[in-house]
Design a protein around this ligand. Structure first.
Ligand code: ZN
Length: 362
């Protein structure tokens, strides 16, 4: 994200702290009322919402037809962004007392983009959002769970998911054979051999999304599908990297949401959900951070993802096995074997708390 967009998200999260809002879903209507702003749903063509300013008094209108309730909440949060963000009222009301908005990450105008990022931060504040995502699992499952918790649209939630991810993830919205827009996680943007996807580019012909979009009925009935894919198909580059491509039709909106993420198998061999505190990694126990860990061929435990930051920590398999009298997972098994072993290890919880001094680097 750019500086202004980051600042907009941070401004929304600051507003929530000032208002002592610590639970989901966040209600933009209540926040507007607390600021003395009247909000009304109206029939509105060609705009998602309107911010009115007359004699120092503000009002918000939002389009009540055409899009769902989640989008209406996002539209109101977008207008609140224009109200709260420094410089917005001055710029938007320089020549009149009405600002017509195009919320939902479809406009490229800087004030609109900033207000969208404010809305995302307001309805999906990072810490609460990440907790909702972790409860939901991975990829599209996590996005659907977070969308339900935040009462946000699948697309807005998917975009926030990519923003908050600390692994390579891309979210693509497409219509037919064209890509409307794509959001990439920082981790993916930083990969050196990746070509960024631009608006209007064609959907790759070999992709599941391409086949899915060939049936307008699948899009309209909000069907869901997934298939194995390869990073090179979407982003070029020389190295083969396994991805899972998940698609869901966005119903009456007429577009398709695609989530491209790493499979657990491509992240590493065998994954265990773990809690990471400053000096320990252990499965599903109490801890300040939650992440994923995997057993490696040489028997060490590698924590590959945590809630707050990436951590790479290692634990001796021998030491853990001795303590528990069990064999640690190995990364060299076939995929079904790894899945079975993962379930078994999750159930048995063989890993113990290890002090940081016994964790050794690769
Ligand atoms: Zn606007």
């Amino acid at each position: 994200m750019k500086g202004g967009e980051n600042a907009a998200t941070a401004a929304a999260e600051r507003l929530l702290r000032e208002c002592s809002i610590t639970t989901l879903p966040v209600t933009p209507f209540e926040l507007a009322a607390a600021n003395g702003i009247e909000v009304q749903g109206v029939d509105l063509a060609g705009a998602s919402g309107v911010l009115l300013c007359s004699g120092g008094t503000f009002g918000i209108l939002f389009a009540r037809t055409g899009r769902n309730e989640a989008f209406q909440r996002f539209s109101v949060a977008h207008e609140l962004g224009h109200y709260h963000l420094p410089g917005h009222p001055e710029a938007l009301f320089a020549e009149g007392d009405v600002h017509r908005s195009h919320a939902g990450f479809e406009s490229v105008a800087s004030y609109e983009v900033e207000a969208d990022h404010f809305a995302a931060g307001l309805l999906m504040p990072r810490q609460l959002f990440k907790a909702a995502v972790l409860r939901g699992g991975d990829g599209l499952d996590a996005i659907q769970a977070a969308a339900a918790a935040c009462e946000t649209s699948l697309t807005a939630t998917a975009i926030r998911y990519a923003q908050c991810a600390d692994e390579p993830i891309a979210v693509v919205v497409s219509s037919g054979r064209r890509i409307d827009y794509c959001f990439m996680s920082d981790e993916l943007k930083e990969a050196s051999d990746v070509t960024w996807i631009r608006k209007g580019e064609p959907v790759p012909r070999e992709s599941l999304t391409y086949r899915f979009n060939a049936s307008a009925n699948r899009v309209r009935t909000a069907e869901r599908d997934e298939a194995a894919s390869d990073l090179r198909l979407w982003f070029g580059g020389g190295r083969e990297r396994e991805l899972v491509e998940q698609v869901i039709g966005l119903g009456a909106y007429g577009k398709t949401l695609t989530v491209l993420s790493q499979t657990p198998d491509s992240r590493a061999g065998l994954l265990l959900r773990v809690s990471c505190s400053r000096d320990s990694i252990r499965p599903d126990g109490p801890g300040r951070e939650v992440g994923w860990a995997t057993g490696m061929d040489d028997g060490r435990l590698l924590c590959i993802r945590s809630l707050r930051k990436k951590v790479f920590r290692f634990m001796s398999r021998d030491a853990a096995s001795k303590r528990q009298g069990r064999t640690a997972p190995r990364g060299s098994r076939s995929a079904p074997e790894r899945a079975a072993a993962c379930r078994a290890h999750r159930a048995r919880r063989p890993w113990l708390v290890r002090p940081a001094s016994t964790l050794r680097p690769p």
